[in-house]
Design a protein around this ligand. Structure first.
Ligand code: PLP
Length: 409
C-alpha cells in the first residue's frame, strides 16, 4: 500500500452505458449476484446449470447439446473455438473487416494454423463474393471464421450467407456473436453454424466475464478426432465437458465455476426469455431507428451504409472541427453518460453509440440525444437544441401508430 494513502470501500459512480459494452445491468441481475455462494458441485447448483444451458440454447436458437458459458470474457470464448477446432497446419479462412477479425487471425497463428485473410474495409460488411473466391482457391480450407457484428465499426455481415458458402465447400464455421447475440437475429441451427461464441456484457446485459458458446455435432466430432491435444489445458473442450456435460450428471472438478456470475447470467437470460428473443431483436431495431433519426437531425452521419447497420452499435462520424474526446469527456462528467470512441484507423473519426440489452430503451435514447445536443452546442456545432429529441419522438410516434393499426386488423 502507498504509505499515507487511506484505502476505503470502492463506490463506483452511477453511469449510463451507451458505448460498445459493457451495457447497463438490470437490477434483478445485480441482485442475483449477491445471493449466497454455494459449491459448484452442489445439486442445487447443478440444477441451475441445466436451466442455464437450456436458456442459452433458446438464446442461440439451437438444439446443440454442447452449449454452455465459458468461464472468461468473450475473448476466452473466441480462443476456446480456435484452440479446439484448429490443428497445426490447418488452413483457416478469416474474414477481417475490423478489430475482432484481426484478433481471429492472431488466434489461428497461435494455434499453428495457416490463416487465409479475406479483407474488407473497416465499416464494410464481409463481401460474400470474396469469401467464395477464397474458398475456390483454397479447397483444403478446414474452417471459415468471421465476426457477425463488428463492434469496432457497427457493421453487420450476412451470417446466413457466409455460413452457407462455407458449408457448400465442407468447411466448418466459427462465428463471433459477442455483440450480436440478443440484439439482432441469430439462428444457429437454421443457418448451420458449427461453433459460436458470445459475451455476457453486451446485448445480454449481464456482468462482464462469461462467454456463452455452442458447438454443432460436426464440430464436436472434429474436436474428438484431433490427432494431437490442443495447447490449452483450461480451454480443452474434452476436459471442460466432464464438468458441464457429464454423462449421468456425474460432474468432475475441472475449475471452480464463477458461481455468482452464473446466477447473474441465469437471471439475465430469464429476463430475455420472458421478453421473447424476437421481441428483443425488434426492440433493438426500434430504438436504433429513433436514435438514428435524432443523430441525423443534429447533422451527424453514419459510417456504415444503411442496409448493413447494427441496431445495437451506431457508429457516427465526428463533425469537422469538433474534438471528439472533449465531447465524450463532457458527456461522462456532466451527464454520467458513456459512449465509445473509434478504434484503430477510426480513432478520432467516429463515436460509437451502443444500444445494448438493458441500455436499449427510450429513456436512454432521449437522454443521450438531449445531452449530446447540449454538449455539441457548447462545442460550437450548429444544431438547434431539441431537434434530435423531436426527430426521435416522431419515429416512436409513427412506430406506435403502426403497431396500433396492426392490432386493429
Ligand atoms: C467485445 C467483443 C469481443 C471481446 O469480448 P471481451 O469480453 O472483451 O473479451 C469479441 N468480439 C466482439 C465482436 C466484441 O464486440
Amino acid at each position: 500500500m502507498t504509505p499515507g494513502k487511506k484505502v476505503s470501500s470502492f463506490h463506483p459512480p452511477h453511469r449510463i452505458l451507451m458505448g460498445p459494452g459493457p451495457s447497463d445491468i438490470h437490477p434483478r441481475v445485480l441482485s442475483a449476484l449477491g445471493q449466497p455462494v454455494i459449491g459448484h458441485l452442489d445439486p442445487a447448483f447443478v440444477d441451475m446449470m441445466e436451466q442455464l444451458k437450456d436458456l442459452l440454447r433458446y438464446t442461440f436458437q439451437t438444439k446443440n447439446a454442447l452449449t454452455f458459458p465459458v468461464s472468461g470474457p468473450g475473448s476466452v470464448g473466441m480462443e476456446t473455438c480456435f484452440v479446439n477446432l484448429v490443428e497445426p497446419g490447418d488452413k483457416v479462412i478469416v474474414c477481417r473487416n475490423g478489430v475482432f477479425g484481426g484478433r481471429m487471425v492472431e488466434n489461428v497463428e497461435r494455434c499453428g494454423g495457416i490463416p487465409v485473410v479475406v479483407e474488407d474495409a473497416w465499416g464494410e460488411p464481409v463481401d460474400p463474393n470474396k469469401l467464395e473466391d477464397a474458398l475456390r482457391s483454397n479447397p483444403d480450407a478446414k474452417v471459415v471464421a468471421f465476426v457477425h457484428a463488428e463492434t469496432s465499426t457497427g457493421v453487420q455481415s450476412d451470417a446466413r450467407k457466409l455460413v452457407g458458402l462455407a458449408r457448400q465447400r465442407g468447411a466448418l464455421t466459427i462465428v463471433d456473436a459477442v455483440t450480436s447475440l440478443g440484439g439482432t437475429p441469430m439462428r444457429v441451427d437454421t443457418w448451420g453454424i458449427d461453433a459460436i461464441y458470445s459475451g455476457s456484457q453486451k446485448c445480454l446485459s449481464c456482468t462482464p466475464g462469461l462467454s456463452p458458446v455452442s458447438f454443432s455435432e460436426r464440430a464436436v466430432e472434429r474436436v474428438k478426432a484431433r490427432k494431437k491435444k490442443g495447447q490449452s489445458w483450461f480451454m480443452d473442450l474434452n476436459l471442460v465437458l466432464e464438468y458441464w456435460n457429464a454423462p449421468g450428471g456425474k460432474r468432475a472438478y475441472h475449475h471452480t465455476a464463477p458461481v455468482n456470475a452464473l446466477y447473474a447470467l441465469h437471471e439475465s437470460l430469464v429476463l430475455l426469455r420472458d421478453e421473447g428473443i424476437e421481441n428483443a431483436w425488434a426492440r433493438h431495431r426500434r430504438h436504433h431507428l429513433a436514435l438514428k433519426a435524432g443523430l441525423e437531425a443534429m447533422g451527424l452521419k453514419f459510417l456504415v451504409r444503411e442496409d448493413a447497420r447494427l441496431p445495437q452499435l451506431n457508429a457516427a462520424l465526428v463533425p469537422a472541427g469538433i474534438d471528439e474526446a472533449v465531447v465524450r469527456r463532457q458527456l461522462l462528467e456532466e451527464f454520467n453518460l458513456e459512449i465509445g470512441a473509434g478504434l484503430g484507423p477510426l480513432a478520432g473519426k467516429i463515436w460509437r453509440f451502443g444500444l445494448m440489452g438493458y441500455s436499449c430503451k427510450i429513456e436512454n435514447v432521449m437522454m443521450c440525444l438531449s445531452a449530446l445536443g447540449s454538449v455539441l452546442a457548447d462545442a460550437g456545432h450548429t444544431c438547434t437544441l431539441g431537434q434530435g429529441e423531436a426527430a426521435a419522438h416522431d419515429v416512436y410516434a409513427t412506430l406506435h401508430a403502426e403497431v396500433a393499426a396492426a392490432h386493429k386488423k
